[in-house]
Design a protein around this ligand. Structure first.
Ligand code: XMP
Length: 506
């Protein structure tokens, strides 16, 4: 399949370039700046990303571009454009102050294929500390802004373009059009990457790769593992065995509900209720990191002991997605964080890893899931942390506290659905505080726990803002929780953004 290669120079928006290219139904791979796949016949074009560094910084990334320029169409974005300019004899200088924000394009070269359908005045987003003050000989300026003369340039002899602004970010109005002009118009993409083509080709590959081997998969109720399971089920049917461990820290009725959903999907699932074990080991533990470690260790133990019952298993499947792997690779291509969440099992049982979603972004996983007919309630679920409610119960975790929190959380989440607000927030949940506060109910003084409601908007959980939910909604949820959940007499709403706060309280 045709692909665009994105050379990663470390910009925070590199992943966004990838997502935009995929939105254009074109496959792309993000690779470290010095790992261009020289002999890949499917490459149709190359994009050079931005970077936090300056080209004249002694530590900056300066790969040899000779195997790329002249061979493929190239688009340099921000640092990528500065690098092309710098390496071919242009001049890049510090702009004194960092230029950040909106600018308007002017003097766009008429008929330039990169700006097809884009006119003067179009808003672009700038974020740079350096400026290209002179372009190389044999290049020409093809667009400017009021403060940046060389906002875009092109080689007169090769298919090489550079733009100082960021076409990948949402605020650049003509950004997707510009990328389309490059990817489709200039590189000649046939736009053959779609959810359906992914399902067809992946199922065929899995059939070939796995043959009649047995595969084990850990299910969590989340969208990634569910889509992985359904893909594998399509490819190998009953040779897939899924294991769903209930650690007792899930949402109200979640284990039972999700097991039913999986049954409807025709998956072969072993549900293991290990909650007593988790509660026993969590007794008296208050430190958040220790809680996480205990839960992680027990999860692996329970999963492994179930998995080992499937004696002839040859593969362990995981719902690893593309951003997990990009984050795992630092810019030099070295693995800095392992994402294997079932520790030790592959080596112990001599299992090979199968990760069919490893090329997909989260929104693509959802599209693939919908394409395969997975119900919307499984597809559009909010993210939920692996250690579950344990990181939303501050202090010691007990079955009683889990019960209180499950009830409060259920009222909150159900109300979000009833008010059609569920899909407008990235993630929501309730937190149970270990302190107690005084209240009054009827003629009685109460001394109970406060519950905090947390709802955030976000696109990737790296940054988040508190959701500005309607007052009438919050008021209804607060009344319902205080009236219906025994053990709670006060409800607060968390109005902290990330950073400096985090989404979870622990
Ligand atoms: P924070 O709290 O770091 O959360 O802003 C960012 C995203 O990660 C989720 N999260 C976790 N997921 N194990 C997980 O599987 C964890 O220990 C964990 N802690 C946070 C959180 O729910 C949010 O989506």
């Amino acid at each position: 399949m045709q692909k665009i290669i994105i050379l990663n120079f470390g910009s925070q928006t590199t992943q966004l370039i990838g997502r935009r290219v995929r939105e254009l139904n074109t496959f792309c791979e993000i690779v470290p700046y010095n790992r261009f796949p020289q002999d890949d016949p499917d490459v149709i074009g190359v994009i050079l990303s931005g970077s936090p560094l300056s080209v004249y910084d002694p530590d900056s990334f300066q790969p040899d571009l000779s195997g790329i320029i002249g061979k493929y169409p190239v688009l340099g974005i921000c640092y990528g454009a500065q690098l092309i300019s710098y390496r071919y004899g242009g001049k890049v200088e510090s702009a004194g102050t960092r230029e950040y924000g909106r600018a308007h394009l002017s003097n766009i070269e008429e008929g330039n294929p990169l700006f097809d359908g884009i006119s003067d005045g179009s808003v672009v987003w700038m974020s740079h500390g350096d400026s290209i003050t002179a372009i190389p000989e044999g290049y020409r300026t093809i667009a400017s802004t009021s403060s940046v003369r060389n906002a875009a340039f092109q080689s007169c002899s090769e298919k090489v373009w550079g733009v100082q602004f960021h076409p990948e970010v949402f605020h650049t109005e003509c950004g997707l059009k510009l990328l389309e002009n490059f990817v489709v118009g200039i590189c000649g993409s046939r736009c053959e990457w779609s959810a359906q083509s992914f399902v067809d080709s992946t199922v065929a590959e899995l059939k070939q790769q796995l043959g009649s081997d047995r595969v084990i998969l850990g299910l969590s109720g989340g969208v990634d593992s569910t889509v992985t399971a359904v893909l594998l089920n399509k490819a190998i049917g009953s040779n897939l065995t899924c294991i769903f461990v209930n650690h007792g820290l899930l949402r109200k009725n979640e284990f039972e509900d999700v097991m039913k959903d999986y049954e409807v999907l025709g998956l072969n699932v072993i549900g293991v209720d290990a909650s007593p074990l988790f509660f026993k080991e969590l007794e008296g533990v208050t430190d958040p990191e220790q809680k996480r470690k205990i839960i992680g260790r027990l999860f692996v133990e329970v999963f492994n002991s179930e998995a080992q019952k499937i004696e002839d298993a040859k593969w362990l499947a995981q719902g690893t997605i593309y951003p997990d792997r990009i984050e795992s690779l630092n810019i030099t291509g070295k693995v800095i964080k392992s994402h294997h969440n079932v520790g030790g099992l592959p080596e112990k049982m001599h299992l090979q890893l199968c990760e069919p979603l490893k090329w997909l972004f989260k929104d693509e996983v959802r599209r693939v899931g919908r394409q395969m007919g997975i119900p919307e309630n499984l597809i559009s679920r909010h993210p939920f942390p692996g250690p579950g409610l344990a990181v939303r119960i501050l202090g010691e975790v007990t079955p009683e506290k889990v019960h209180i929190l499950q009830e409060a959380d259920h009222i909150f989440i159900q109300a979000l659905r009833d008010w059609k607000l569920y899909d407008q927030v990235w993630q929501a949940g309730a937190i149970l505080l270990p302190t107690r506060t005084v209240g009054v109910m009827g003629d009685e003084r109460t001394y109970e726990h406060p519950v905090v409601l947390r709802a955030v908007t976000s696109t990737d959980a790296m940054t988040a803002d508190w959701a500005d939910l309607p007052r009438a909604f919050l008021s209804e949820v607060s009344n319902n929780i205080i009236n219906k959940v025994k053990g709670v007499n006060r409800v607060c709403y968390d109005i902290s953004s990330k950073p400096p706060a985090t989404i979870e309280w622990e």
